[in-house]
Design a protein around this ligand. Structure first.
Ligand SMILES: *Cc1c(COP(=O)(O)O)cnc(C)c1O
Length: 780
C-alpha cells in the first residue's frame, strides 16, 4: 500500500555482490549480460536505465533512480526513492548462476531514510530487509553475515550495513581491496541546490556539471551526467577500474545529495580533501561519511578517527565496525556551525523548531525512552515555574533569534509532567489515555508516552500519529463510537483492538471489518454544566443497553466493558458518580447477556484543564474524590476491572501559550464615546482561536513583556482584536481592556493548549494548521 509521500526519498539503498568465476564462466563474466537481461533485473527493483558508459574494466549505467555498475565479477546497484532494490536479488543470482558465477560476498548498506514509512516492504525496516536478503541469498551465504547500525541514534543519519562473506576458502583467489567513500548530505544550501533544477536557464547536463563545481572534482574521468525534469541530477564518472557517482535531490524540505567514490587506491585517496571539496559544492547543513574497505589491511589508512571535516563543521560522532572476514566501515557525521544540541533528522522538523502535523511520519519522539530524552529531543529550555515575566523574556528571545512574525506556541513540558504527577496522586486507580484530538503536538504526545500514558484516538491519522511514536497498538483506545469504514479497517490492520460503540449499526460494521475487536459500550451520562456537551451525539440511553449487549453477543463481538464521557470541561463531581453507577448497571446487564470477559471501565474525559490553587499546585477540584468513592463502591479493588480515562483538556490546556504579532492598529470610539483602539493580529477565528466558536473558550491575553506596565498603572483602552482573514466574523476580542499597543508588539494568550491549533484551518491562505512550536521545561 503506497501512501502519498511528502517528498522524494533521496537516500539510496546500495547492494554490492562479488562473484567467483566457475569453469563455465565466459571471460567477461557479468558483463556478458544483455541489455534485455539488465532491463528485466532493474524492472524487479522498479527502476530503469537512462544511459550507459563503459571502459575496459566495467559498464556504468545512470538509472531513473541512481546507478548500476557491472564488473566481470562484481555488481553494484544503487537505487533511491521508493525502489525495491532487494526484490532484484533473486533475479541477479539467477542470471549469475546461468553464467556459472557464484556469489561469495554480499554487502547491503544505506543511510536512514527521510521518509521510512513511505518505503515499500521490506525497505524502511532494516531487520526486515536483512531477513529478505538472507532468504534470497539462501544456502551458504544466506546463513552467514552480520547486520550493523552505526551512528548516533539521537542525532542525524545512521548507517545500516549488512555483510555476508564466505571468507577465505581453499581455491578462492583473495578479493582485491576495494575502497569506497560515500558522502551523504542533507539540508543543502538552497542557492547551491538551485544548480540542479532544470529551470528556464538550463543549458545542458555538462554545463550543470561544470557550473556546480562537480566537474572540478572529476578531472580525467569520463563523465555521464543527466539532469532530470523538473529537477534532480545523476552522474557516473568512470576512471580506470574506479568510479564516482553523484545524485542530487534539490527540493527544499527534503534536499539530499550523495557522492560516492569507489575503487580508488586507499593510499592515493585523501578522504578529508574530498569531503572538503564536496562540502563546497553543496554547502549542506549535515554531512555523513562512510569509509569502507573490503579487506583488512595491516596499515589501513582509514582506521577510525582520521577523517577531518572542513572547519565550518562540527563533528558529531564517529563509529567504526570491523567485519568477520576482514574489512571495515567507519562512519562519521558532522553539522554546519557549532551545533552541539542534537538536530534530529528529518529536516522539516529541525531548524525553526516547528512541528509537522500528520500521520505516517516517524516522529522525533519515537527515539525517546525517558523524560530526559524528550527534553533533549525537543530542545526544551529550562524556565522558572509560574513566572510569566521569564516566559515573556523567553518568547522575546525566540522572536528575535528566529525572526518570527507568524504565531508561535510555547509548550511547557514541565507543566505536563506536574499534571501527570497530580493525576496519579489524585486518582491512582485511573490510567490516563490522553485524547489526541485535544492537541496532537508531538512532544506532548512523546512526553505522555514515556510517562506511561495510553492514547484515545478517533481516526486513522490519529492512530498512525501515536503508532509513529513507536508505541504498541495496545496503548490505544479507539474511542470514537461511530467510525468510518476506513477507520475500522485501519484499526484491524494496525492491531488496534479496543474501541467503543453505542448503536447496532456500529456493531454491524465491527462484525464486518474487525470481528476480533474488543468493544466498550458507550453510555450517555451528561454533566449538563459541562462546557461542551457530547450527549446529543453519543452514548446509549439506559433503555437500549440490554438490546445493544444482546446484538453484540449475536454478532460475536466481545464486549470488554463500558465507557462514557460526561462532557468536556465538566465541573460537577456528581456527574462522574452517577455515570459510574450507571456503568455498574451495564456491567451487570452484560454478564446477563453472556459477556463474561468484561474487565474494563473507561470513565472518559471532561476533566478541567490545569486549574491551580493559591500556591500554584494542580487542583482537580471535587472530581477525584467523587470518582474514587464511586469506584470504591461499584468497582472495588480486586473486582477484576481495570479503570482508564480519556483526559484531553486536563493535560493540554495550561501547557501551551500562544503569542501573536500585532501588525495593524487603528484608533476608534468606544460605545460610550470615549477612546478605543483596534488591532490586527496574526491568528484568529479560522486559526487557533477557533476555540471561541467550537470550544466556547473565553480568552485572556497580555501584551508581551510589559509586566508591570500593563498592570494597575497603565491606561487601559477598550480594544477590539481582529484575526488576519478578510471575514468580519474573524474577531478575537471585543471591548477588551488593553494598554495602548503599536505595530510590532506581541499579544500573549496563556492556556491555549486545548482544542486550538488542532481545529485550525488554512482559510484565506493563512495556514494555522502547523504553527511554530518551541518547548520549555518549567521547574520550581
Ligand atoms: C474529546 C474526547 C475526549 C477528551 O475530552 P476532554 O474534555 O478534553 O478531556 C475524551 N474522549 C472522547 C471520546 C472524546 O471525544
Amino acid at each position: 500500500m503506497a501512501l502519498p509521500c511528502p517528498g522524494f526519498e533521496g537516500s539510496e539503498k546500495r547492494l554490492e555482490v562479488d562473484f567467483c568465476f566457475g569453469p563455465g564462466t565466459p571471460p567477461c563474466g557479468l558483463r556478458t549480460l544483455s541489455r534485455p537481461q539488465l532491463d528485466g533485473l532493474l524492472e524487479k527493483a522498479s527502476c530503469c536505465i537512462v544511459s550507459r558508459t563503459s571502459n575496459a574494466h566495467f559498464d556504468a549505467y545512470v538509472l531513473s533512480e541512481s546507478s548500476l555498475f557491472v564488473f566481470p565479477d562484481r555488481l553494484v546497484l544503487k537505487t533511491c526513492g521508493t525502489t525495491k532494490l532487494l526484490d532484484a536479488v533473486p533475479e541477479l543470482l539467477g542470471l549469475a548462476a546461468a553464467l556459472d558465477l557464484q556469489a561469495r560476498r554480499c554487502k547491503y548498506s544505506r543511510a536512514s531514510f527521510l521518509f521510512p514509512e513511505h518505503q515499500p516492504m521490506p525497505h524502511g525496516d532494516f531487520s526486515a530487509e536483512v531477513q529478505q536478503l538472507r532468504a534470497s541469498l539462501g544456502g551458504n551465504l544466506g546463513a552467514l553475515g552480520s547486520a550493523y547500525v552505526l551512528g548516533d541514534a539521537l542525532n542525524g543519519l545512521q548507517w545500516h550495513v549488512f555483510v555476508a562473506d564466505v571468507g577465505p576458502r581453499a581455491g578462492l583467489p583473495a578479493l582485491a581491496p576495494v575502497y569506497t567513500l560515500e558522502i551523504c548530505m542533507t539540508h543543502l544550501c538552497p542557492t547551491k541546490a538551485a544548480n540542479f533544477v532544470r529551470g528556464p536557464d538550463f543549458v545542458s547536463a555538462a554545463a550543470t556539471t561544470a557550473a556546480s563545481g562537480i566537474g572540478a572534482l572529476l578531472l580525467g574521468a569520463a563523465v555521464d551526467d543527466y539532469v532530470f525534469e523538473p529537477c534532480g541530477y545523476s552522474m557516473n564518472a568512470v576512471d580506470g577500474a574506479a568510479f564516482t557517482t553523484i545524485h542530487v535531490t534539490p527540493e527544499e524540505g527534503f534536499s539530499y545529495a550523495s557522492v560516492e567514490l569507489c575503487g580508488y587506491a586507499g593510499a592515493t585517496l585523501d578522504a578529508s580533501t574530498v569531503v572538503e571539496q564536496v562540502a563546497a559544492i553543496f554547502n549542506p547543513e549535515r554531512i555523513s561519511v562512510a569509509l569502507s574497505v573490503d579487506q583488512s589491511l595491516p596499515c589501513c589508512p582509514w582506521a577510525a578517527g582520521v577523517l577531518a571535516f572542513p572547519s565550518a563543521y562540527t563533528a558529531a560522532g564517529a563509529a567504526c565496525q570491523a567485519f568477520a572476514h576482514g574489512g571495515r566501515t567507519s562512519f562519521y557525521s558532522a553539522a554546519l556551525g557549532g551545533v552541539t544540541n542534537p538536530i534530529p533528522f528529518p529536516g522539516p522538523y529541525a531548524a525553526d523548531g516547528s512541528s509537522q502535523r500528520g500521520a505516517g511520519r516517524r516522529l522525533r519522539g519515537a527515539l525517546a525512552r525517558s523524560v530526559a530524552d524528550v527534553l533533549a529531543l525537543y530542545d526544551a529550555a529550562p524556565l522558572a515555574r509560574g513566572d510569566a515575566g521569564a516566559l515573556d523574556a523567553h518568547i522575546k528571545c525566540l522572536v528575535a533569534a528566529h525572526g518570527l512574525e507568524d504565531p508561535v506556541y510555547v509548550v511547557d513540558l514541565g507543566m505536563v509532567a506536574r499534571l501527570w504527577a497530580a493525576w496519579t496522586a489524585a486518582m491512582p486507580r485511573v490510567a490516563p489515555f490522553y485524547a489526541v484530538k485535544c492537541n496532537d503536538d508531538e512532544a506532548l504526545l512523546a512526553l505522555l508516552a514515556v510517562l506511561g500514558a495510553g492514547f484515545d484516538c478517533a481516526s486513522e491519522a490519529e492512530v498512525d500519529r501515536v503508532l509513529a511514536l513507536g508505541l504498541p497498538p495496545g496503548r490505544i483506545v479507539y474511542a470514537n463510537a461511530c467510525k468510518r469504514p476506513r477507520d475500522i479497517r485501519h484499526a484491524a490492520a494496525r492491531g488496534v483492538d479496543l474501541t467503543t460503540f453505542d448503536t447496532p449499526s456500529e456493531l454491524a460494521k465491527l462484525a464486518a471489518w474487525h470481528p476480533r475487536t474488543r468493544a466498550l459500550l458507550r453510555l450517555r451520562a451528561d454533566d449538563l454544566a459541562a462546557r461542551c456537551q457530547l450527549g446529543n451525539k453519543y452514548g446509549a440511553e439506559p433503555k437500549d443497553v440490554s438490546m445493544l449487549l444482546r446484538v453484540a453477543a449475536e454478532l460475536g463481538i466481545e464486549v470488554a466493558g463500558v465507557s462514557f464521557h460526561v462532557g468536556s470541561g465538566a465541573t460537577n463531581p456528581a456527574a462522574f458518580s452517577a455515570a459510574i453507577a450507571l456503568a455498574a448497571d451495564a456491567f451487570a446487564a452484560g454478564a446477563a447477556a453472556g459477556h463474561t470477559g468484561m474487565d474494563l471501565l473507561d470513565i472518559g474525559g471532561g476533566f478541567c484543564g490545569g486549574t491551580f490553587d493559591a500556591s500554584g499546585r494542580v487542583d482537580l477540584g471535587g472530581v477525584p474524590a467523587a470518582v474514587n468513592a464511586a469506584l470504591a463502591e461499584h468497582f472495588p479493588p480486586g473486582c477484576g476491572v481495570r479503570v482508564i480515562a480519556e483526559p484531553g483538556r486536563y493535560f493540554a490546556e495550561a501547557a501551551a501559550t500562544l503569542a501573536c504579532l500585532v501588525y495593524g492598529v487603528r484608533d476608534g470610539r468606544a460605545p460610550g464615546g470615549g477612546p478605543a483602539r483596534d488591532y490586527w493580529i496574526t491568528d484568529g477565528l479560522y486559526g487557533s482561536m477557533n476555540c471561541l466558536l467550537y470550544d466556547h473558550a473565553v480568552l485572556a491575553c497580555r501584551p508581551l513583556g510589559r509586566g508591570a506596565k500593563s498592570g494597575a498603572g497603565a491606561q487601559l483602552l477598550p480594544s477590539t482584536v481582529f484575526g488576519p482573514t478578510c471575514d468580519g466574523l474573524d474577531t478575537v476580542l471585543r471591548d477588551h481592556p488593553l494598554p495602548r499597543m503599536e505595530n510590532g508588539d506581541w499579544l500573549v494568550f496563556p492556556k491555549m493548549g486545548a482544542y486550538t491549533h488542532t481545529g485550525a484551518s488554512a482559510f484565506n491562505g493563512f495556514d494555522a494548521t502547523s504553527p511554530h512550536v518551541f518547548y520549555v521545561f518549567s521547574q520550581a
